[in-house]
Design a protein around this ligand. Structure first.
Ligand code: AMP
Length: 192
């Protein structure tokens, strides 16, 4: 089973993805984490994307699709949870094609539904505590706009396929996890 955790930046996708990894054996594929790792390691790719990431804009489809392609090959046969990918229609189409090549598909898309004002408050706090460059108020505005312009329309794509399940992302972490479990249960289980 493969699922996508869908929602705006700072909606709690990473937190929920990590729980699903611990509890159900999924492999988490976060393009944001992969790009940050590339920057940390000093790889050429990391240097190429650093300024774009810090501005809050999306890096090019080719780059993130190549990262995902590499990871799917490295963990062939696993069950994946995609976190922060796909973010454009081109990425969604590429993901479908890559999974099909492995005889797999997206089974479920869980959308974390959150309130924008609450997100801004959450990220302002995180910026003060952790100083992540793209959490600064200017960049965060760009990230939210990238989400609403380029990513949010994907919900309709998955809804039309009957794969979209909405979850209240403003609820406490445990309650969000419970709602995600219920959605998975309806599909028949965990990573297997
Ligand atoms: P995230 O941690 O998922 O919010 O990602 C941090 C930043 O990495 C984003 O603001 C983008 O600059 C870049 N990024 C991560 N995933 C993608 C993606 N799927 N498509 C384009 N850019 C991405």
């Amino acid at each position: 089973m493969n699922l996508i955790l869908f929602g705006p930046p700072a909606a709690g996708k990473g937190t929920q993805a990590k729980r699903l990894v611990d509890e159900r054996g999924f492999i988490q594929l976060s393009t944001g984490d992969l790009l940050r790792a590339a920057r940390k390691s000093g790889a050429e790719l990391g240097q190429r994307v650093a300024a774009i990431m810090d501005s809050g804009a999306l890096v090019s489809d080719d780059i993130v699709i190549a990262l995902i392609e590499e990871q799917l090959a490295a963990h062939a046969g696993a069950s994946f949870i995609f976190d922060g990918f796909p973010r454009t229609l081109a990425q969604a189409d590429a993901l479908d094609a890559l999974l099909a090549r492995h005889g797999a598909r997206i089974d479920l898309v869980i959308r974390l539904e959150v309130d924008e004002a609450a997100l801004i408050a959450r990220v302002t706090k995180r910026f003060e505590a952790e100083g992540r460059a793209d959490d600064n108020p200017e960049s965060f505005k760009v990230r939210l706009k990238a989400y609403s312009d380029q990513t949010a329309p994907l919900a309709a794509h998955y809804k039309a396929q009957g794969k979209l399940a909405g979850v209240d992302g403003m609820a406490p972490i445990e309650a969000v996890a419970g709602a995600i479990s219920a959605a998975l249960q309806r599909l028949g289980g965990g990573a297997a």
